[in-house]
Design a protein around this ligand. Structure first.
Ligand code: ZN
Length: 319
């Protein structure tokens, strides 16, 4: 099986994830750590899709990252767009927090969602000299009108689907019917962020991954606790945030078992500094996260004979 991997970094500002969505949280100070780590991954053969949000592109730190990428290994990095609506103009009111509902771009009025993506696209162009063709909605908030906006603004690839995940309990989108399979809608190529069900029972694992509807039925009938306990059925994102190398390998193998051949490994750029995201309380956690990322990328290339590609390489226009 020919397998491909996208390494997607959510390049964004630093903020306390438990303190709501405030327009004033726009600091980017972790670029000192991001620049060398990206360089290290590129040296190992990786290509990086850097999904940048407005405060990141607008900050001195973010601009340093962009300039550094342009001087060293421009072919190995794609500048993509990532929308955090609470810190992305227009309509930002100082000191005003947005609600959970408004934190999902797809819940905004279609005109406002369009305008925010448009302003972000312009900002990325102004700073990097290139128009992004790949989009990632903040909080995976992709909705009914998003593909229209993306098409109108020249986008070709979307990374916003989060396979098997349901955010409707916090008024977000419900992707529980989606697997990681790539698909095209309205000329936009969708590459879901890889997730997988894992279980001690290979049979249950395969069934859950192949038929998301089956999993929903299990949940609805209140059997999830039993399944959770006996079969240890749990959902994992392909990310070094909260997963070790063995888990990332298990996710990959579980998905390969159902024919999946494209994978998205992702993490948030502030996770490279201790205390900046919930995944990395200590410096040791950061080291572990970086090490897991390095070893997974090595494993993917050496053991699976896989290729690391950019999101834009998967666009329809690339055949
Ligand atoms: Zn984000």
């Amino acid at each position: 099986m020919d397998v491909k991997l996208l390494v997607v970094i959510h390049a964004e500002e630093e903020f306390d994830w438990n303190q709501g969505f405030h327009s004033t949280n726009t600091a980017v100070t972790h670029h000192h750590v991001l620049i060398p780590f990206m360089g290290e991954l590129i040296e190992r053969g990786a290509k990086i899709t850097l999904a940048m949000d407005y405060p990141f592109v607008d900050s001195a730190g973010g601009r340093e990252v962009i300039a550094h990428c342009q001087e060293n290994g421009a072919e190995s990095v794609e500048f993509a767009a990532h929308l955090h609506p609470w810190v992305n103009p227009p309509g930002i009111v100082q000191d005003q927090a947005v609600t959970d509902f408004e934190s999902y771009p797809c819940n905004l009025a279609p005109e406002l969602e369009h305008e925010k993506i448009s302003r972000l696209t312009e900002r990325i162009y102004a700073v990097s000299g290139a128009s992004p063709v790949t989009y990632l909605a903040g909080r995976y908030g992709y909705g009914r009108w998003t593909s229209e906006h993306l098409r109108a603004l020249g986008y070709q690839v979307d990374l916003s689907i989060s396979a098997y995940c349901d955010f409707s309990h916090q008024q977000g989108p419900d992707f529980s019917d989606y697997t990681n399979a790539l698909f095209v809608d309205n000329t936009i190529r969708h590459i879901p962020h890889t997730s997988s069900w894992l279980s001690v029972s290979r049979r249950v694992e395969k069934k859950a991954n192949q038929c998301p509807a089956w999993c929903r039925t299990v949940n609805r009938n209140g059997l999830s606790r039993i399944f959770g306990k006996l079969l240890r059925l749990s959902r994992h994102r392909l990310s070094p945030e909260g997963n070790d190398l063995a888990q990332l390998q298990a996710i990959t193998q579980a998905q390969m078992a159902i024919g999946q051949d494209v994978f998205v490994l992702s993490f948030h750029s502030p996770s490279l500094v201790a205390g900046m995201t919930p995944y990395v309380p200590t410096g040791e956690d950061c080291e572990r996260l970086k090490n897991t990322t390095r070893r997974y990328i090595d494993w993917f290339q050496r053991e699976l004979n896989g290729e690391v590609v950019l999101a834009k390489d998967m666009a329809l226009s690339q055949g």
